[in-house]
Design a protein. Structure first.
Length: 201
């Protein structure tokens, strides 16, 4: 823990950057930061590396913890990490790079899944619309067939009525012809009878 004076007058709200920088140099904080940057300041367990970034090396799941962590860390330049017996040693920002890459991959996969679900829903909606259209066409076809059948039935009834009328007309004409023929035969018979009677008179 280091305490720094913000200004030489020790008043609030006043920050003297040159004074603060001189104090940081005197206390060796800047040198410590430089050394840490040049070394591997982040020390983490293999399990933590795998838990945060397993998505980057799914093929390594059956391996032991050290080899799983190594499979994940191989996505970074070799100068940014080292492996110990139980921990991984990383340069500043290395773990954040891995986490950002894993998050990007996760987002891409989520987007792909969402797109697939949207396509499937759209396909289902298209299929439902097509089925509704087919039902509509079937209903229209059924109405057309019924209309045609009714028209054929009506035409059949009309034709049967016309046939009945024609048959009745033919029967009336035949009866009239028979009556006329019978009347003609009676007239001829009467004329012949008169001629015969005139001969005997």
């Amino acid at each position: 823990m280091r305490c720094l004076k913000p200004n030489s007058a020790q008043t609030g709200g006043d920050f003297d950057s040159a004074l603060v920088l001189a104090q940081l140099n005197s206390l060796g904080v800047l040198e410590t930061v430089r050394i840490r940057r040049e070394g591997f300041p982040v020390r983490t367990d293999f399990a933590e590396v795998w838990a945060d970034c397993a998505l980057l090396a799914p093929h390594a799941a059956p391996l032991p913890p050290r080899e799983r962590a190594e499979a994940v860390l191989e996505r970074l330049p070799a100068a940014m990490w080292r492996l110990g017996h139980t921990k991984a040693f990383l340069r500043d920002g290395a773990l954040e790079l891995l986490r950002a890459e894993a998050a990007s991959l996760r987002t891409g996969r989520a987007t792909a899944i969402q797109a697939m679900i949207r396509r499937k829903r759209a396909g289902s909606q298209r299929a439902a619309r097509a089925e509704a259209r087919r039902e509509e066409l079937r209903a229209v076809a059924a109405v057309s067939v019924q209309r045609y059948a009714r028209r054929r039935a009506a035409l059949g009834q009309r034709q049967a009525l016309l046939d009945q009328r024609a048959a009745a007309s033919r029967a009336v004409q035949a009866a009239a012809r028979r009556r006329m023929a019978a009347g003609e035969a009676d007239r001829r018979r009467g004329a012949r009878d008169r001629q015969l009677a005139a001969l005997f008179v």
